[in-house]
Design a protein around this ligand. Sequence first.
Ligand code: ATP
Length: 356
Amino acid sequence: MLKIGVLNGDDIGHEIVPETVAVMRAAAERVGLGIEWENLPIGRKAYDELGTSMPGDTLDRLSKLDGWVLGPIGHQAYPKNPAAINPHPILRKHFDLYANIRPARSYRSLPCVHQDVDLVIVRENNEGFQPDRNVVAGSGEFRPSEDMTISVRVITRQGSSKVARAAFELAQARRKKLTAVHKDTVFKLGCGMFAEECRRVAAEFPEVEYQETMVDTFAMRLAMKPQQYDVVVTTNMFGDILSDEAAGLVGGLGMAPGLCAGPNLAMAQATHGSAPDIAGKGIANPFAMIISGAMLLDWLGRKKQEPKAVAAAELIKRATDHVIETRDQVTPDLGGTASTSQMGAAIRSQIVSGGA
Ligand code: ATP
């Protein structure tokens, strides 16, 4: 029995998370996997109802679960008030969710900049330049004078080594090819340390072909020939930018799933934001969130040796592939006319009918 939390997040989160949970339930039922679900408050709704966007009780209850689905957070629109904080950096840090795994895959049925893309960017999630994550107190950004701002980037051996290991394990299970992306020609100490740790872990995975590429060269090669990459590991901000670039190559942010993984817990979190411009219209693409849910089941299944969870994830992926390939029940961003719930229902019916 798995225990999985459900946190809708903001804006389109209230539409795509319920579809995701319904799809995960259908897949679990079909393979006979027991899941205990727990709905937990977070984000704007939690702030309005409980006075804080990140209730302490939610953190406590999450710590008793195996993982959770987190919808996108629209913190830019929160009131300027210390109780209305962006909760996802807190979750990533509190539960040591150090590896952000972001796949990008093209589909023949969809207009893409490139076809035959199937890569995964593994981004370090808790250090780097992100000023809300890289210090325990204060901020990694400060302004000593009116005309000067200093941003500090934190790179540690431990953080680099952990994310490198997560990436090599993934590469080992995929096409056995890993590219570390950095710029140690300029950031000799910071990127240098990241690269040293990647090389150290590489020595433990002799079957994985390992290469290093400077971030600027990689950005160019990714745009020109993304098919040459399989698993890519990089530091926080490079990974943030490059994973959006990768999503752009295969159909946009609605097609960009993600998983934040730690030592014992994982959080399904799509790459895209809360899309306030389309919230409430019923047209958000649930693909990224649904595949993020499948990634969570797959990760939990492998971690806890629960083959039914891996099978449920596989069912969701196959059903989703089918709906994308036939393209008659997809949302407007994919050129279709289906609503969020119609696309979710089409995926569920593939799972239930056994078509997947
Ligand atoms: P954040 O900084 O929180 O990641 P963002 O600034 O990248 O957010 P998004 O909220 O991701 O912005 O939205 C960017 C654009 O992509 C918007 O036009 C939005 O409508 C669109 N978009 C994002 N997610 C989806 C989705 N699931 N389905 C359809 N369109 C989406």
